[in-house]
Design a binder for this molecule. Structure first.
Ligand SMILES: *Cc1c(COP(=O)(O)O)cnc(C)c1O
Length: 379
């Protein structure tokens, strides 16, 4: 359907295509110079000392959990309102995700519930900058400092956002990013971990390469075949083809975010005239990267969803609370009632399309269809 407006999609221009073609014609398709170049450019962009590029946002989360030494018996607090991968990464290393509720206005992790979920086994917290808005890191930092536990920021939504003049990527021990096609910039599939800690970065570099400390280029430079696998790792490498696209996309990130913010303002204005739908709250002292534009419809969300989908608007629901997935219910004995704010939100939320390749006329169409669908839901 050509007039279907998806909730998210990439914006690829000729310079992106040229960059990828150049990589394809070069000597290295993977683990070559583009990987390092992308890592350096990304680290500089967010202001971090280290950036480690991997094959996906999920691999980034897994590497972060690994680098912190989380294993069996360790608990990691994770908000229930997120994509399943946030919790799965803890499970991959044998840790236990402990689900935490969110604030009803923002759907960001609720620090009060976080404190309630702390136990002597808590090893880390994962904060999720839901929809692209940085969490209340001042409060979260106080808690993790006091408890002497680690903080991972799942920043898959918030690349490009700023919190009290600190960039996302600088707000936690480890910050993870995704470059999936719908994210704020893309490499097709891909991910990154930003950190100020060189030792953690070195661990994650080995982890993405089977647990082997040096890559093939370093070996050939030293004129040796010898290598040692010192820990169990994975093949989580990213290709030079992808990093060439990443370098090209990174240059346009600020423009992408500005366009997302413009679309968000248009939606804000439209919602002012719709009594039964309201946007999530935006907090002061931070910018919002506007990865998602989420509204709440107290009654008739499913009806509005169906009407908008039927009209070719790719609305979506982010997310099904992670603790309600059958895997977690059966394996971790989670059940409805565990995170009531998240569960109530799940019945009411709807993500409107938002991405830089939307035209002004696309935005107008979404607003009209939304207003009509909400009017019918009021009847
Ligand atoms: C997209 C996303 C991920 C996973 O990233 P992939 O690159 O798809 O593996 C993890 N957490 C959140 C919050 C995301 O939005």
């Amino acid at each position: 359907m050509s007039d279907y407006i998806p909730y998210g999609r990439q914006k690829i221009s000729d310079d992106d295509v040229d960059a990828v073609v150049e990589a394809l014609r070069s000597d290295y398709l993977t683990t070559g110079p583009k990987v390092k170049e992308f890592e350096r450019a990304f680290a500089e962009k967010v202001g971090a000392e280290n950036a480690v590029a991997v094959s996906s946002g999920t691999a980034a989360l897994h590497a972060a959990v690994y680098a912190l030494g989380i294993g069996p018996g360790d608990e990691v607090i994770v908000p229930a309102m997120t994509f399943a991968a946030t919790a799965n990464a803890v499970v991959y290393q044998g840790g236990t995700p402990v689900f935490c509720d969110v604030d009803p206005e923002t759907l960001l992790i609720d620090p009060a519930d976080m404190v309630r979920k702390l136990t002597p086994r808590t090893k880390a917290v994962v904060s999720v900058d839901y929809a692209g808005q940085p969490c209340n890191y001042d409060i979260i930092e106080n808690i993790v400092d006091q408890e002497d536990i680690a903080l991972i920021s799942d920043s898959c939504h918030s690349l490009g956002a700023v919190y009290f003049e600190r960039n996302v990527g600088m707000l936690a021990d480890l910050s993870t990013f995704s470059f999936h096609a719908v994210k704020n910039m893309t490499t097709g599939e891909g991910g990154m971990i930003a950190s100020q800690d060189k030792t953690l970065a070195r661990k994650m570099r080995a982890f993405r390469n089977h647990g082997i400390g040096v890559d093939h280029r370093a070996r050939s430079k030293r004129g040796t075949f010898f290598y040692e696998m010192t820990d169990l790792g994975f093949n989580y490498r990213i290709t030079d083809i992808q990093c060439a696209l990443g370098l090209s996309q990174l240059k346009k990130l600020d423009g992408f975010i500005r366009r997302r913010q413009t679309i968000a303002s248009r939606y804000d204005a439209a919602l002012a005239g719709i009594s039964n739908a309201k946007p999530l709250a935006v907090l002061p002292d931070r910018t919002h990267a506007r990865h998602l534009y989420v509204i709440r419809i107290e009654k008739g969300r499913n009806e509005v969803f169906s009407k908008m989908r039927a009209a070719g608007i790719g609305v979506n629901v982010h997310y099904i609370p992670v603790h309600l997935h059958p895997y977690y219910q059966s394996k971790y004995k989670t059940s409805p009632g565990l995170c009531p704010v998240t569960e109530k939100a799940y019945d009411e939320i709807l993500s409107l399309p938002i991405h830089p390749s939307m035209t002004d006329s696309d935005i107008g169409r979404v607003c009209r269809v939304l207003a009509d669908a909400c009017r019918e839901a009021r009847k």
